[in-house]
Design a protein around this ligand. Sequence first.
Ligand SMILES: Cc1ncc(COP(=O)(O)O)c(C=O)c1O
Length: 353
Amino acid sequence: MNRVLEAAPALDSPAYLYDLPALDQHVAAVRRALPGVELYYAVKANPDAELLRVLAGHVDGFEVSSAGEHAHVTGLLPGVRVALGGPGKTDAELRLPHHRIHVESPNELRRLLATGLEADVLLRINPDLPVEGAALTMSGPFGMDEAGVAECLPLFGERVRLRGLHAHLASGLQAPQLLELAGKLLDNDYEEVNLGGGMAVSYTAPGDRFDWAAYGAGLEGIGRGRRLRIEPGRALTAYCGSYVTRVVDVKRVRGEAYAILLGGTHHLRTPVTKGHDQPFTILPTGDGPGVSDEPITFVGQLCTPKDVFARNIVTSARVGDTVVFEMAGAYAWNISHHDFLMHPKPAFHYLRA
Ligand SMILES: Cc1ncc(COP(=O)(O)O)c(C=O)c1O
């Protein structure tokens, strides 16, 4: 049994449990697979301070998308490199110190110039490139089309310098798709290109991991002489977090079996936003009533039919059992609507080396 499942039954639940040594090993392996490529972490995936400290040992910097993330990261890790992104930056955000700033529109660039401060800019582009098979495409309002870029180019000078391009086109892409896109994004003379994040994470087959080795080898081939940077979020931290809870009731309604769990999607919103069954393991710690070997829908304590972790999973569950939802380390607690129904917040626990 792994360390997370060993530790889970003794926790006050609901709780998040982060496996810091597992994160450390994973990010170290990702770093090794990417020779010559700068690795930033997209803080929006999970800004947990303990995770950021582990990540800081491996990454070249952090991508932040708000003044809040900026203050959090620079307060926690003084002197760290930050790339400041995000649509709709305020004037105050445009004044924040950065290693790079990802400018999203010509008007944003004019407001940056008006601050009178120095800035090193990557223009965020929104090219007309088909992206097949993505979980989410980031087209629409993000970045600029060719006309927007052309409008920006004459505005640069000595104080506000154009360093290159930034692109984050989609989420949930495999290495070959990302490499194909990278080839197109590098079809220009820009010396520096940030290729974004979006590396695939499979919640239905958690063992299928993004092929970092193939991606790193591919980038070495197409990125020669360029300064390349990537900024993954989900594929770095998703695997190191679990949400641990307990079965509080088991019932059958019109023939359908339900396990009601402490907590809910106000703690772990990922299955609702992604529309998937969150992978889990049940530990038989309960001695209450239950159901065996049949489809069970796992729900939380919220008064909404959307509060579903996983539907019709053939398994067994008893009141008092411990349920460990895996892959809860990214876009989980930090994207959840914590105060709906005013249930207690989860505890946070960390496995250490
Ligand atoms: C600009 C930008 N960079 C990086 C990321 C991280 O993406 P992912 O977590 O899919 O790797 C996002 C996610 O929305 C983003 O908007």
